[in-house]
Design a protein around this ligand. Structure first.
Ligand code: DQA
Length: 148
């Protein structure tokens, strides 16, 4: 069974309450439950983790690499824009990481236009709301199909 880590960074624990006009009214718990359900329907185990702390996110990426996870769906929150430590952690593992942003970061403040993660990510999905997470899962679902 494929194993995918759903990783959410700072302030995403506040989904549903935090700036609902931008991030919507769905809570992180609801998002995680939906992703686990969608994964199960597709024979994919989805493991969920959220942290507001840079080091904890880095530890989780290392752990994912060492415990047979097949890919990571990662919304690094504001760390996206400046965390070289998270970027290095992704560069240092072999796992494919798909970067997801709920909002369209490119139509927002200038500081959100730069992602230090994107160059080491498999790809980036931004501005499609929570659907972006599901689309990332779809990518991992299709991956490797050819070899089966
Ligand atoms: C975000 C966009 C980031 O700029 C912001 O800091 C977040 C959420 C998004 O999902 O749209 O925390 O990653």
């Amino acid at each position: 069974m494929k194993k995918i880590l759903l990783l959410n960074g700072p302030n995403l624990n506040r989904l549903g309450k935090r700036e609902p006009g931008i991030y919507g009214v769905t809570t992180l718990k609801e998002l995680e439950e939906q992703m686990v359900r969608l994964g199960a329907e597709n024979k994919i185990e989805v493991i969920c983790f959220q942290s507001n702390h840079e080091g904890a996110l880095i530890d989780k990426l290392h752990e994912a690499e060492d415990t047979g996870v097949d890919g990571v769906i990662f919304n690094p929150g504001a760390f996206t824009h400046y965390s070289y430590a998270i970027r290095d952690a992704i560069a240092g593992i072999t796992l494919p990481v798909i970067e997801v942003h709920i909002s369209n970061v490119y139509e927002r403040e200038e500081f959100r236009h730069k992602s230090v993660i994107a160059p080491v990510a498999k790809g980036q999905i931004a501005g499609l709301g929570l659907l972006g997470y599901e689309l990332a899962l779809e990518v991992f679902k299709r991956e490797g199909k050819e070899e089966e």
